[in-house]
Design a protein around this ligand. Structure first.
Ligand code: ADP
Ligand code: ZN
Length: 761
């Protein structure tokens, strides 16, 4: 094991006593491990010329060999000669990480309380984190002749193999192995068993070029004149571009107000200056259509997203690095694209929680965009119809420049929103509360006019609750603290947390009474009920159960675009980006599912969701309408979303946040403790809180520890604590430094530190 040095991430760290200096050739290497330091290695003479900050090096680590990134070189070290091992090899002739990205990752490590190596690992394409890259992907499919009868053989004894084979049989074509394992939440071993049995075939194939780049798309016509709002926005951004000064502009405008055109114009200007651009969009909005808009204007663009294979990503990354592509469009991680001399970074739908990464380093793509732009002297453009309250407040206090696009380009008032009170509806009609009379009537009329409708429900499956009338218990997963969702086509109860499945019990598992009842609804039930009520209509469903392959998603959207589908039912998957002129009705079957989450952002999310889904109607010349069903019609999020009144909503919500000193007033750091052993979790969480308390933090309080809302996942008990710091509290550096060390020192329970968390589950 090599000795460690502190790269000085934490200015509050203890001063070191006067060192003894040794001379020679050394380099600091950041390894992708959850430790807060870089490691010092010696550099053999024959490699001295090749070692520079930003190149990858192979180093001995313990008994293994690992790939790390050289972050600094030096001709002295304070470590005793015997403690320094030598690097084994230099893997790149040129730095793969340039100076600004090194600096950005160093900042990330300090801010998000992770190691420099973990931050760098987010930047490098996976293929570069190993010594040898790969161009192959592994495809999986059922062997010929394998079908339902084999499936039923597995049913009783081999639930994991059953889940794998069924998923493959359900898919419309081969699935990538990684995709299959992620979806089923399974390890490789049941898959290998099936491969050995000859029931599943795997095949290594060359990665195909990304179809997002090869798909035919219609060009976006470049309008002759900009609207007044667009001109102002473009002028503002171009002013900063000309001055080559960093700035953040919040572009606030409803869908259809012409934000995309503004992005395109300012990128054009940046390119004319010889500079590059990055456009971040939510993963789900990264469709051939979106990419096509940029391609039709700029020719070559690079696309980076999570569904790419390692080889595709590496190829893209290299083209950007070589300067062959100056415009990068991608999901969250595209913020790390190695674009030199950045002019513009655009974050579209900046309020989207999916810009936050769910594993270490838990960075927020939008916030990194702001930081990267400011370090690069570039302009960051944040676009949204419903800005996050963080960005809104930053605009209010002058940190961001606010530009509003107040009207839709093609005019017209926003579509009217009708809120249906489902309490009275259910009472009056004695119905199940699936579709109100109003929604049914609108659906009937839409179909009669040969127009299209979208029905949204943020929940998949048939029914989210199986309830016992006798004892009042609901069926729960035995290893997660979540109710099981009934999936009718599978005839199974599915845990949406761990993916495990069960047969539907005939009697209550708790009290053995018969007569269990399914309560509530999911997208599967909506789809089937629609088909029953409107037998003539062509109904399709888009959720992660029906859209197994990315081709399914594109094909269904294309069919909808051609008018081969009348009614489209879906979850979040359909909330964004869809632009179909014949959609004149949007129904939100229940707006309540997000409202009751134990999260201080529940209101904000609901407002955003209702606004966003509403934006899908009336995109063309035809007038649209929106029906929102809810049991809390008076909730401010619903009332203001129905009025399209973001400002009133935001100011009321900000007042509440301020009273509670929740973000954007002050900061949150969430620490989660997870382990199979509840006592261990409790003890460690308590000890962590006690140390934090003893640091007598000025301007910060420690809340908890308590059980996390998701208190049990896959048999692991989960506790969490929150550090809530007032704005500008200076103790946070110390808190981060402590948490990194604390986390690194525990092998059990697992400790995760989430700075600026977006989820509280
Ligand atoms: P947003 O990104 O805010 O949803 P878009 O930029 O996609 O809005 O614009 C909405 C529609 O208006 C698109 O079809 C686009 O081609 C068109 N459009 C945008 N700007 C103009 C303009 N200045 N003149 C005419 N049409 C425009
Ligand atoms: Zn579970």
């Amino acid at each position: 094991m090599s000795a460690e040095t502190s790269p000085g991430l934490f200015p509050d760290a203890e001063p070191v006593p006067a060192p003894v200096v040794h001379h020679g050739a050394f380099c600091d290497v950041a390894l992708n491990r959850p430790v807060h330091y870089a490691f010092t290695y010696g550099v053999p003479e024959e490699l001295v010329d090749q070692v520079r900050p930003g190149v990858r090096v192979a180093v001995p680590f313990g008994r293994r060999r690992e790939v790390g990134v050289c972050v600094a070189t030096s001709d002295t070290t304070e470590l005793a000669p015997g403690k320094v091992r030598a690097i084994a090899d230099v893997l790149d002739p040129e730095p793969v990480v340039d100076e600004p990205l090194l600096e950005l990752t160093r900042w990330m490590a300090g801010y998000y309380a992770c190691s420099w190596g973990e931050a760098l690992a987010a930047v490098l394409p996976a293929a570069l984190k190993r010594e040898r890259g790969t161009r192959k992907v592994v495809l999986t499919r059922p062997a010929t002749g394998i079908g339902r009868s084999e499936l039923s053989e597995l049913e009783e004894r081999w639930p994991k193999q059953h889940r794998l084979l069924r998923t493959l049989l359900d898919a419309s074509g081969p699935l990538e192995k990684a995709d299959l394992l992620r979806r089923t939440n399974l390890s490789d071993s049941p898959l290998q068993t099936l491969v050995r049995k000859g029931w599943i075939v795997t095949e290594r194939v060359d990665a195909e070029p990304d179809e997002l780049l090869s798909a035919e798309t219609t060009a976006r016509v470049k309008p002759e004149v900009l609207t007044e709002g667009q001109s102002l926005a473009v002028a503002t951004i171009e002013g900063h571009l000309a001055a080559r000064e960093g700035a953040t502009v919040l572009l606030w405008g409803v869908t259809g107000s012409g934000k995309t055109e503004v992005y395109l114009r300012v990128i054009e200007t940046a390119l004319a200056q010889g500079r590059g651009a990055i456009v971040l969009v939510p993963e789900i909005a990264l469709t051939p259509q979106t990419v096509g808009w940029f391609r039709s204007r700029f020719g070559e663009v690079a696309v980076l997203h999570s569904r790419m294979t390692d080889a595709q990503r590496l190829e893209m990354w290299r083209r950007v690095k070589r300067g062959e592509c100056r415009v990068v469009v991608g999901a969250r991680s595209a913020i790390f694209a190695p674009v030199e001399d950045l002019g513009v970074i655009v974050v579209d739908e900046e309020h989207e929680p999916s810009f936050k990464q769910g594993s270490a380093p838990r960075y927020h793509g939008r916030d990194l965009a702001v930081v990267r732009a400011s370090k690069a002297g570039a302009v960051c453009v944040l676009g949204s119809a419903t800005p996050s309250l963080e960005s809104w407040r930053n605009a209010q206090r002058g940190r961001y420049e606010l530009v509003q696009l107040a009207r839709r380009v093609h005019g017209g008032a926003p579509p009217p929103v009708h809120v249906v009170d489902m309490r009275t509806e259910i009472a009056e009609t004695k119905s199940t509360g699936l579709f109100s009379r109003r929604l049914t009537k609108e659906l009937t009329e839409t179909l009669a006019r040969k127009e299209q409708a979208i029905l949204f429900l943020n929940r998949r499956g048939w029914s989210p609750v199986l309830w016992c009338k006798a004892c009042g218990e609901t069926a729960k997963c035995h290893q997660c603290d979540v109710p099981l969702t009934f999936h009718r086509r599978l005839e199974r109860l599915v845990c949406h947390s761990c993916c495990e499945e069960q047969r539907v019990p005939k009697a209550c598992p708790t009290c053995t009474a018969p007569g269990l009842r399914f309560l509530g609804m999911g997208s599967e039930k909506i789809e089937q009920s629609l088909a029953a009520i409107f037998p003539e209509a062509r109904v399709a469903r888009m959720d992660s159960d029906t859209m197994l392959r990315r081709e399914d998603y594109e094909e269904t959207l294309a069919a909808f675009g051609r008018g081969d589908i009348d009614l489209l039912v879906g979850t979040q998957m359909i909330a964004k980006g869809l632009d179909f002129p014949k959609v004149t009705l949007v129904g939100i079957v229940s707006a309540d599912s997000t409202l009751h989450l134990p999260d201080f952002r529940a209101s904000e999310r609901t407002f955003q969701l209702v606004s966003q889904v509403s934006g899908r109607a009336g995109r063309g010349d035809l007038a649209g309408r929106i029906i929102v069903q809810t049991i809390v019609p008076d909730h401010p999020a619903i009332v203001q979303a129905a009025r399209h009144d973001y400002e009133t909503f935001a100011s009321a919500e900000l007042t509440l946040r301020k009273e509670l000193s929740y973000p954007p007033f002050g900061k949150l750091i969430r620490v989660v403790f997870e382990d199979e052993d509840p006592a261990r979790v409790k003890e460690t969480a308590g000890r962590c809180a006690a140390v934090l308390e003893s640091l007598s933090l000025d301007g910060a309080v420690v809340l908890g520890p308590t059980e996390a809302p998701l208190a049990l996942v896959r048999g692991r008990t989960r506790h969490h604590l929150l550090i809530k710091a007032s704005e500008g509290a200076e103790c946070l550096g110390r808190v981060r430094a402590f948490l990194v060390e604390f986390g690194a020192a525990q092998s059990r329970p697992r400790v995760t530190v989430d700075v600026d968390p977006v989820g509280m589950m």
